[in-house]
Design a protein. Structure first.
Length: 146
């Protein structure tokens, strides 16, 4: 598999023909969460706690589990209305995005916010990282959606 090729315009990304990732999330998705497919049940429980704390309705949250491979997220973004993204342990480059990989900062592009976080496994036992993530969610994402 060849890595994605980028033009000057970061939104002109190749389409990933892997049908597994050509998904339709529905009319309006307030939050897309991305995490590795091999995430444990305990880590998924942490994810659910984070999502519950946002008070975003479950029908407005989409989940994308990926294997440890690179995909092109751009076609998914074009096909679906997605307001915000939180990526847990999946590097922006592996999503075909050329945006800063600074963790726990909201990066705005087009009309959405992208938050890059450590994996759920690394967050689980680290209060400082969980605090940084929650602070970013509360200050950037929740003020935008309320």
């Amino acid at each position: 598999m060849n890595p994605p090729q980028f033009d000057i315009d970061i939104y002109d990304l190749p389409i990933d023909n892997n049908d597994q990732y050509q998904v339709n999330f529905g009319q309006e998705t307030a939050l897309l969460v991305i995490y590795n497919q091999d995430t444990s049940e305990a880590d998924l429980s942490l994810l659910q706690s984070i999502l519950d704390a946002t008070k975003i309705s479950n029908d407005k949250i989409a989940r994308l589990e990926i294997k440890n491979i690179s995909i092109a997220l751009s076609p998914i973004l074009r096909k679906n209305y997605i307001a915000n993204i939180i990526s847990f342990g999946v590097h922006p480059f592996n999503l075909g995005l050329k945006i800063p990989n600074t963790k726990y900062n909201a990066h705005k592009f087009e009309e959405l916010l992208f938050i890059y976080s450590d994996s759920l496994d690394k967050l689980k036992d680290n209060k400082a990282k969980k605090g940084q993530l929650w602070s970013c969610i509360k200050d950037k994402l929740l003020t935008k959606t309320s």
